[in-house]
Each structure stands twice: as structure tokens, then as C-alpha cells.
Design a protein around this ligand. Structure first.
Ligand SMILES: [Zn+2]
Length: 420
């Protein structure tokens, strides 16, 4: 059941293969209160009072949090931002309308040409003037040490990694795509009574062997894991059982096809529906170790949010399932990613994490995004030029990877015998 983006848009004829179609009590309380605020009230100060409590504990040096909350005004959806920095700077932003910029829709068969995606994201970012100045100030304050966590509760699929961050005219600051300039991660509310959910601000080390499932038509990924002590998960349906009990794991790697639709029955990792993983019990091998989970499958990082009353419902998705079980980080995708790009991404990331074990996953991702961030249309109006459109795809694919977890988490996988 291999899926293809047969035509990215009418201008691209050649088929592009795609894969894949405690935290502490106070923080937990903050998150649950936030998620319990009805949409109509989400823009009021009340919605943020719980988050103020979270601020009391302070953020570690260099860390800033951007909270994105859904609001409903006169029947129209929108969102509201609150930015908080370690140095105590707190800013509320004006409400914005719900943008239709989900990459899963834009970079798809029925989507728009890459040149137009790029122009759209730059134009949308220009409108966000207050956010731009706040982010710029954070860079000025913390420089390269800045770690931004986007806590997006909207379910709108806003591609924050592809926010175009302008710099003041004449300044020495480089402008570009946020995910290539700044170390950034994501977070979401996880409701759990007895939580093994890890703190989003702490440094965790994902140490130990690897458990992997690689779909038959993605066997070239096996070679990427050969240097690590690893075990094979017998079929995607064996995922829950394999992860339930046993030796703690440093990494779970899943390479398969994925689907994600607004109807939850159509949200699948391989052929496993989301609800079966959600209801399959806790993954004990993630709770006993800090585990890095890499879901190299299409749409694996997207989130379902309840319709209409979305502000009082938790977001659901495959990344949430693993974070709930205690994963220290989940890397997943927000749309259909090209097969070759997915393979390359995994290869380059694992190589970087092995070569520089002190480098947090989030910093490695920034570096890998920055490698393709220079890809820009030679001519925005040359939308009919297939080669030009295809040349830009690696940029969009790579920025589709979203990472949930602490920006400080590192990975130290056990080598297999012979590599030690
Ligand atoms: Zn700060």
C-alpha cells in the first residue's frame, strides 16, 4: 500500500515517492487548567492565570516558551499567543485568525507549488509583527543559546518551524526560517493522572539499545541502525506488546506508511489505528528509560483536536501516545514526506547524534534544517518549471519534521558488538 504524491501539483509530472504516507505537578496543573478553559474564554486573562503559576518555577537559562491557544470569536476560530522567556519577559500578542497553512494540505497532491508555499509562509509571517519582534529580542538576549519551545494547543497544524523570521534592516542578524535559525521544540498538553511524562525543560539522556520496525519497502533504513544494539519489532501490530515490558530502550525507530485524517478511524501508523495504540496500555520500556522515539512515517506528528469545543479537549496523535508513556522526545512528521528524504533525514540525524553525543536532538535538527534552508526559488513566478519546483521539495520535507520534547535531550545509543 505504498503511497505516492503522484503529482505535487499539476506542474510536476514525475511521481515523487512518499513514505510514510512531571512534568512537575504545577506544570501539569497549568496544562490541564489551560485545556479546560472554554474556547470563548481562552482570550481572557483567566486562561493564562494557570500558566502564570508555571512561570513561578522559572525557565532554565536561554529557554523561551511560546504558548498558542485557540480562541473562538463570533463563531470564527483564531489563536492567541503568549511568549515567556527565562529572563522574566512575558508578552501577550493580539489575536490572529486561524490560518489555512497546514503543510499536510499545502505540500500534497491537491496542494500548491513549493514556490507558492514559500511565498505564503513568508507573507503570513510578515503579518505576525509582534511575534517577529519578540523572537528577535529573544535572539538578541540569548544568541545561539536560545531554545524555543512552542506549546501549541490549537490543532491548526501551524508550521512554526517554517515561520520566516525577519531581522531589522541593516542589522547583523541573519534572517530565515525559524526552525533553521533557532533551536526549537514543541510541546502539548498531556492529561494523565499518574504521569510518567517527562519535564519539557530538563536535560534527559536517551541511553540504551534500539527497537525498530521497518516496513518491507523501506528496508534501506535497516543499514542506518546496524551500528547500534537493536532488536526488531515483529510487525507494526507488535509495537505495543514489544514496548510494554523488557529492557529500557534508548530509541524506538519506526519506518512505515502513515495516514492522518480528520476522521480518527483514518489515523493510522502502518495499519494500526491511533486509538488502538492509545488504548493499548503504557509502554513500560519508555517509562523506565528516557527514550527517543523517531516515527519516520507520513503524518505521524499531526494532532487531532476536538471540533468546536477544541479548547476543552486534549489533542490526540501518535506523538502524544509516546510522550504519555514517558518518551523523552518524539520526532515525527506533519505531512507526506518524500521516501528518499525520509531515509536521508534519518541517516544524517543518527550520524550527527553519534558524532556529537553532547549535541541535543533539537540542536541537531536545527543544523539539519539549516542545511536546506538556503533553498529559495530562483524566480517566484516560474511556477510551471517542474525542475525548479522539485528542487525546493527537500526544504519543505525537512521542515515538516516536528520534534516534541525538551530542547536539552541528548541521545547515547548502545553500539552493537564490533562498533564499541
Ligand atoms: Zn530569557
Amino acid at each position: 500500500m505504498r503511497r505516492y504524491v503522484a503529482q505535487l501539483h499539476s506542474g510536476i509530472a514525475r511521481a515523487v515517492p512518499v513514505r510514510r504516507t512531571p512534568y512537575r505537578r504545577r506544570a501539569a496543573a497549568a496544562a490541564s487548567v489551560l485545556s479546560a478553559v472554554p474556547a470563548q474564554q481562552a482570550g481572557t486573562a483567566h486562561a493564562f492565570s494557570a500558566f502564570d503559576a508555571d512561570l513561578e518555577r522559572g525557565l532554565p537559562p536561554g529557554m523561551a516558551v511560546l504558548l498558542v491557544l485557540p480562541v473562538l470569536r463570533d463563531g470564527k476560530r483564531g489563536f492567541r499567543l503568549r511568549g515567556v522567556c527565562c529572563c522574566g519577559v512575558l508578552q501577550d500578542f493580539p489575536e490572529s485568525a486561524h490560518p489555512d497553512i497546514e503543510l499536510a494540505n499545502l505540500v500534497a497532491r491537491s496542494g500548491i507549488p513549493p514556490t507558492k508555499v514559500i511565498a505564503t509562509m513568508r507573507r503570513w509571517s510578515q503579518n505576525m509583527t509582534k511575534l517577529t519582534t519578540w523572537l528577535h529580542e529573544r535572539r538578541c538576549e540569548h544568541g545561539d543559546a536560545l531554545q524555543l519551545m512552542v506549546w501549541d494547543e490549537t490543532g491548526y497544524g501551524i508550521p512554526w518551524e517554517l515561520f520566516w523570521l525577519e531581522a531589522p534592516p541593516g542589522s547583523s542578524w541573519r534572517e530565515g526560517w525559524l526552525g533553521g535559525l533557532v533551536t526549537m521544540t514543541r510541546w502539548l498538553t498531556i492529561n494523565a493522572a499518574w504521569s510518567v511524562v517527562r519535564d519539557y525543560a530538563t536535560s534527559h539522556t536517551c541511553a540504551g539499545p534500539v527497537a525498530s520496525f521497518v516496513a518491507d519497502d523501506m528496508r534501506h533504513d535497516d543499514a542506518l541502525l546496524s551500528r547500534f544494539a537493536s532488536e526488531t519489532i515483529p510487525g507494526i501490530r507488535g509495537l505495543s506488546k514489544t514496548l510494554a515490558t523488557g529492557q529500557p530502550l534508548g530509541m524506538v525507530y519506526v519506518a512505515c506508511h502513515g495516514k492522518f485524517e480528520s476522521d480518527e478511524d483514518d489515523c493510522r501508523l502502518g495499519d494500526v489505528p491511533l486509538v488502538m495504540l492509545e488504548g493499548g496500555g503504557r509502554f513500560g520500556r519508555l517509562a523506565s528509560a528516557a527514550t527517543f522515539v523517531f516515527l519516520n512515517a507520513c503524518h505521524s506528528g499531526r494532532l487531532l483536536a476536538g471540533d468546536g469545543t477544541f479548547a476543552d479537549q486534549a489533542q490526540r496523535g501518535f506523538s502524544e501516545v509516546f510522550l504519555r508513556s514517558g518518551a523523552a522526545g518524539v520526532l515525527a512528521t506533519s505531512g507526506e514526506v518524500g521516501d528518499e528524504e525520509a531515509h536521508q533525514m534519518a541517516g544524517e540525524l543518527l550520524k550527527l547524534l553519534c558524532e556529537r553525543p553532547q549535541m541535543p536532538v533539537a540542536a541537531a535538527l536545527r543544523e539539519l534544517r539549516s542545511v536546506v534552508a538556503h533553498l529559495m526559488p530562483a524566480d517566484l513566478f516560474d511556477a510551471e518549471a517542474n525542475e525548479e519546483q522539485r528542487r525546493l521539495l527537500p526544504l519543505l520535507y525537512r521542515f515538516m519534521y516536528v520534534y516534541y520534547g525538551s530542547p536539552r535531550t541528548t541521545v547515547a545509543l548502545a553500539p552493537c558488538e564490533g562498533w564499541a
